[in-house]
Design a protein around this ligand. Structure first.
Ligand SMILES: CC(=O)N[C@H]1[C@@H](OP(=O)(O)OP(=O)(O)OC[C@H]2O[C@@H](n3ccc(=O)[nH]c3=O)[C@H](O)[C@@H]2O)O[C@H](CO)[C@@H](O)[C@@H]1O
Ligand SMILES: C=C(OP(=O)(O)O)C(=O)O
Length: 420
């Protein structure tokens, strides 16, 4: 298990190129199940979750070709030969559940392991299943697996989601592309990654309207064809490095970052004393003075993203005054708090809220990553802390951040990966 050794205290300066979005690329790869033709994706991030998704699709029978040998362009093609998604892959990465809708739509059957919970919450998939049942699927749960059948094919319907779930929206969206007739998804999630998926599906011949508006309307088609698509930039990676500029008092140009995806994040950064400006194809981020405490509540897009909550907790740990952070999306997403407190932060958790009392400085310590974003919050704390931080369980980070140590070191960070 790799570790990072970070020596804090450097102000980061320079350019960081933002990669393709993990939470878009994973679903775009799954869309390859919806066609027998070739789907070519550019700007795919080189991260462990993409490797896991490749394994999943390959065991379904698809080929995933690394077109130029860099891992940045993948072509999905071939025929589905197996409709089962096994536990050992699904338990590793929850986004695997997204093969359920496409397999059902294409093959009329699927057997997908129940993903179960993870460190940040129980994460049920009831909305995915109810939505697919509304489209005519027959679903049973047995031996930890979802057995789904649609012997007569899926038929469009009006589905009202009780909560704007990202995954349920995506599963139902992909399934309904090949359903007979019209499907309406009411209270659909509005995250930009869904817009990216819709754009790709439409370029494959799907007929989807309503992106970003909360209701998606899908007119089913007989078949989808191949296409070429460029994965959108990762707004969470971008926001994370913006926090790195803020916490170290440096200045970073985040190349490829797009302001329009980061409204709530940028407003919060600016309130906290970190300026963000769009400059040609980059965002320029710098701290304008002392960091100030701010209150945050996570919400579905366009609200403040839960995937940025942990990184802001690190930033606010060294801000002047108090901050209150309320997590409304996941019930257990404060796992980084005890670790930040071991580095000198003063954070108290009360139910779904955390009160942060800003301290002058953090001090390096051995800390443990518990999930993807928590990992980066500890890196941020380590970059700002006096002394040495040793972050273990870096595999959590590798799931979703590409070349972290190279990107940070090029901007002056002292960070080193130790392979055990
Ligand atoms: C791979 C990917 O894109 N992951 C993102 C996706 O996760 P994911 O798609 O899992 O997130 P959802 O929006 O579905 O989940 C939000 C909340 O709804 C609950 N829920 C969801 C589905 C369901 O059937 N029943 C139910 O109760 C979940 O337990 C959670 O508490 O969106 C989250 C919210 O922006 C992000 O934090 C994740 O990074
Ligand atoms: C929670 C996340 O991912 P996943 O849904 O894959 O666990 C994330 O990207 O922060």
């Amino acid at each position: 298990m790799d570790r990072f050794i970070i020596r804090g205290g450097q102000r980061l300066r320079g350019d960081i190129v933002i990669g393709g979005a993990k939470n878009a690329a994973l679903k775009l790869l799954v869309a390859g199940l919806l066609t027998s033709e070739r789907l070519v994706l550019h700007n795919v991030p080189r991260i462990a979750d993409i490797a896991t998704m490749r394994r999943l699709l390959e065991q379904h029978g698809l080929t995933v070709e690394d077109v130029d040998g860099t891992g940045g362009t993948l072509a999905v093609g071939g025929a589905i030969t197996n409709t089962e998604a096994p536990y050992d892959i699904v338990s590793r990465m929850r986004a695997s559940i997204l093969v359920l809708g496409p397999l059902l739509a294409r093959c009329g059957e699927a057997r997908v392991s129940l993903p179960g919970g993870c460190a940040i919450g129980t994460r049920p998939v009831d909305m995915h299943l109810k939505g697919l049942e509304a489209l005519g699927a027959e679903i049973t749960l047995e031996n930890g697996y979802i057995n789904a059948r649609a012997p007569r094919g899926l038929v469009g319907d009006r589905i009202v989601l009780p909560f704007a779930s990202v995954g349920a929206t995506e599963n139902l969206l992909m399934a309904s592309c090949l359903a007979r007739g019209r499907t309406e998804i009411i209270n659909a999630a509005r995250e930009p990654e869904i817009g990216d998926l819709v754009a790709c599906l439409n370029s494959m011949g799907a007929r989807i309207t309503g992106t970003g508006g909360g209701t998606l309307t899908i007119e089913g088609v007989e078949a989808l064809h191949g296409a070429t698509h460029h994965v959108m930039p990762d707004r969470i990676e971008c926001g994370t490095y913006a926090c790195a500029a803020g916490i170290t008092g440096g200045e970073l140009r985040l190349v490829g970052g797009r302001l329009e995806h980061l409204g709530a994040v940028v407003r919060t950064l600016e309130e906290a004393g970190v300026e963000v400006l769009q400059e040609d194809d980059a965002l320029r981020v710098r701290r304008t003075g002392a960091l100030r405490g701010v209150d945050i509540m996570t919400e579905p897009y366009p609200g403040f993203p839960t995937d940025m909550q942990a990184q802001f907790m690190a930033l606010l740990s060294v801000a002047e005054g108090a901050s209150m952070v309320t997590e409304t999306i996941f019930e257990n997403r404060f796992m980084h708090v005890p670790e930040l407190n071991r580095m000198g932060a003063r954070i108290n958790v009360h139910g779904s809220s955390a009160i942060i009392r800003g301290v002058h400085a953090l001090s390096g310590a051995p800390v443990m990553a518990t999930d993807l974003r928590a990992s980066f919050s500890l890196i941020l704390a380590g970059l700002a802390a006096h002394g040495e931080t040793i972050l273990s369980r870096v595999y959590h980070l590798d799931r979703g951040y590409e070349a972290v140590e190279q990107k940070l070191a090029r901007c002056g960070a002292q960070i080193e990966r130790v392979r055990d």
